[in-house]
Design a protein around this ligand. Structure first.
Ligand code: HEM
Length: 427
């Protein structure tokens, strides 16, 4: 790694420190060194760690990085993305594949559809919650979102097990930061789901699947690359999973939204019966404040210089998403929950980056933010306006050394009572 003296270096390998400090690893070292970037070793490899909007612009804005082999540990890659996915592509091939996701996801119609599917599945599930002593909201949200996204995608009901699919999708997310047998179980479940989806892709291509013409699953199964060649069955499968898994993963933000309502009753009171814009603002602040993706990794494609520092091809860089969302230079009192920060996925900039930075159509920024925020806002409405419940005593600490983070209980709620009269269609 070619470098200048402007980037401090932490001697030794910091893998254990990274696992111990988790979300705050980069920020703690940056604070201690009075810098926004430092060099060290993780997994024995040299790496440059950076935080802040300038670093995010460097990472996302200039098309300097690839996510191919070595950008992330292999099990993280296999569980959260995979070889052949849009995230692994660069340049014009990336933009062409990305357009598929942008067209499917980033529009008002699709957003209203997934939100309605979510609301319907929530109401179906909620009827059963009243009969149980308590429910674990994270688990329930995974199941509800799995059902919603399978319906929205147009996956056939016949032979589908939403609980089994929910377990497989949640495992991919929950175990992405783990090592050991839990990862093997998650990978095994992923293979089983992949096998079923691959079969469906083949049936669609052979005209044997009873699926609506405009169903998103059919659109992906029939997608062609720039040269007009259909994707391989494996790549089409990976991309179908690339919608199923992250929509299910919104469960974590649904849980954090409920946690925020519990931790800030005065804010919750202002949101009951509130218009959608207020609930959207709430959802955005939950995304800023609560931990999900700690960081992203990339490998330099070709040498370039940034702020006096020269990168060589192959250099490894980790961008701190969590620390950037908590940067006090951009967000006053960054650990305080505030509804009026006027932050939005619509800005597509570099300072509010829970789902990555830059322009989703051209950079690697997530195409699923609009879905995520809309689902979270609807979850907030359902929690406040369509049911009552209590939060029994439990440890609600969100330890930042577990990635992805959550309260250990997954947030138990009890005494659920659906408000039957409240079934109005306002999204
Ligand atoms: C649950 C909350 C979500 C979080 C925290 C999240 C986070 C992220 C992040 C950080 C990236 C950038 C990765 C990088 O720079 O390499 C990303 C990319 C991506 N996300 Fe999301 N995401 C979420 C929801 C969604 C949803 C709902 C969808 C689809 C329906 C989705 C689909 C994707 C895809 C396809 C990419 C790859 C984009 C590319 O490489 O161009 N995500 N996401």
């Amino acid at each position: 790694m070619t470098s200048t003296a402007t980037v401090p270096r932490l001697a030794g390998d910091h893998t254990l420190a990274f696992l111990r400090q988790g979300y705050t690893f980069i920020s703690q070292h940056c604070d201690a060194l009075a810098t926004d970037r430092f060099r060290t070793r993780i997994l024995l490899r040299p790496v440059l760690c950076a935080r802040g909007s300038g670093a995010a612009r460097m990472f996302y804005g200039g098309n300097h990085f690839t996510r191919t082999q070595g950008a992330m540990p292999p099990t993280v890659l296999r569980l959260l993305q995979d070889k052949g996915s849009v995230q692994q592509l660069d340049g014009s091939a990336h933009r062409h594949r990305k357009a598929l996701f942008i067209d499917l996801l980033m529009n008002e119609t699709a957003t209203a559809e997934i939100t309605e599917a979510f609301r319907d599945a929530w109401r179906e599930a909620m009827a059963g919650w009243a009969r149980r002593p308590f429910v674990v909201l994270l688990d329930e949200a995974y199941l509800i979102l799995t059902r919603s996204v399978c319906r929205w995608m147009g996956l056939p009901e016949n032979g589908r097990s939403d609980p089994a699919m929910a377990r497989a999708l949640s495992d991919m997310v929950e175990q992405a930061g783990s090592i050991g047998p839990a990862v093997l179980r998650a990978l095994w479940r992923r293979r089983k789901v992949e096998h079923d989806i691959a079969r469906l892709v083949t049936q669609i291509r052979e005209g044997r699947a009873d699926i609506a013409q405009d169903a998103p699953v059919r659109v992906i199964a029939r997608h062609c690359d720039e040269a007009g060649t259909p994707l391989s069955v494996e790549d089409a499968t990976v991309e179908i999973l690339n919608v199923l898994r992250p929509v299910a993963a919104v469960a974590r933000y649904v849980m954090f939204a409920a946690l925020a309502l519990h931790q800030h009753p005065q804010i919750a009171a202002t949101l009951a019966g509130a218009p959608r814009e207020r609930r959207i603002a709430f959802a955005e602040e939950v995304r800023r404040l609560y931990p999900f993706f700690p960081l992203v990794g990339g490998k330099v494609k070709a040498p370039f210089t940034w702020d006096g520092h020269t990168f060589d091809a192959g250099d490894w860089v980790l961008l701190d998403l969590y620390g950037t969302n908590h940067d006090p230079r951009r967000f006053a009192d960054p650990d305080v929950f505030m509804l009026d920060r006027a932050i939005s996925w619509r800005d597509q900039g570099f300072d509010f980056i829970p789902h990555g930075g830059g322009d989703a159509t051209t950079d690697h920024r997530c195409p699923g933010e609009q879905f995520t925020v809309s689902i979270m806002a609807e979850a907030t409405r359902l929690l406040l306006d369509e049911m009552s419940y209590t939060v029994p005593p439990q440890d609600l600490t969100v330890a930042l050394d577990r990635m992805p983070a959550k309260p250990e209980s997954g947030l138990r709620i009890a005494d659920v009572m659906p408000h039957r009269a409240a079934h109005h269609p306002s999204l």
